[in-house]
Ligand binder design. Structure first.
Ligand code: AMP
Length: 207
């Protein structure tokens, strides 16, 4: 299955993609993770996009599309994949349509108040890319999965969160209509516990 996960920053795309990946045995392709890895390793791409990521803006479409196109051409994507964080603009969605035929776009619907609360308590593990909420951690600095040191992502600072939400509303939100018009949109209520939301996703995928 070729699945896109849509939703605002903090809507749970990454968490749900990780669960779907292990259940469906298809890879999670997260453009955010790809960009953060380049940033951490200080590759030429990483240096080029550093300021964009830290300010909450979007990496230019040409760069992002090229990366995703090459990644989806790899053999582990032959039986499907979960796109987490791509596409994020109509231009990206149109480009994707020229080289892949996706099955569905699952939109995680979450209200703004929940998003702000989730992002402000979010902790990230640079070792395993796990994302957690402080309210669920016995030690807010240790990754419960791999023992790595948890951090607050630079782009989760209050100012950057507001900019990311603004960019989401102007540039990414129109994708909901884009996939609806093509009969590929599945909407899921993204509020509630991880297992509850995950069940809802499996239910719509099975229908
Ligand atoms: P995420 O982890 O999905 O929230 O992505 C983190 C950051 O990576 C975003 O705020 C953007 O700066 C960049 N990014 C991720 N995916 C894309 C995309 N599809 N297009 C442009 N920039 C992206």
């Amino acid at each position: 299955m070729k699945i896109i996960l849509l939703g605002a920053p903090g809507s749970g795309k990454g968490t749900m993609a990780q669960k779907l990946t292990s259940e469906l045995k298809i890879p999670q392709i997260s453009t955010g993770d790809i960009f953060r890895k380049n940033l951490k390793e200080e590759t030429p791409l990483g240096l080029q996009i550093k300021d964009i990521l830290n300010s909450g803006g979007l990496v230019p479409d040409e760069i992002t599309i090229e990366i995703v196109k090459n990644r989806l051409a790899e053999s582990d994507c032959a039986n499907g994949y979960i796109l987490d964080g791509f596409p994020r603009s109509i231009a990206q969605a149109k480009a994707l349509d020229t080289f892949q035929n996706i099955d569905c776009a699952v939109n995680l619907d979450v209200d703004n108040a929940t998003i702000v609360s989730r992002l402000s308590g979010r902790r990230f593990c640079p070792e395993c890319s796990g994302t957690f909420h402080v309210s669920t951690l016995s030690d807010p600095s240790v990754c419960p999965v791999c023992g790595g040191k948890l951090i607050v992502r630079k782009d989760d600072s209050e100012e950057t969160v507001l900019e990311r939400l603004r960019v989401y509303e102007t540039t990414t939100l129109p994708l909901i209509e884009y996939y609806k018009a093509r009969g590929k949109l599945l909407t899921v209520n993204g509020t509630g516990g991880v297992e509850v939301v995950y069940r809802r996703i499996l239910d719509v995928l099975h229908k």
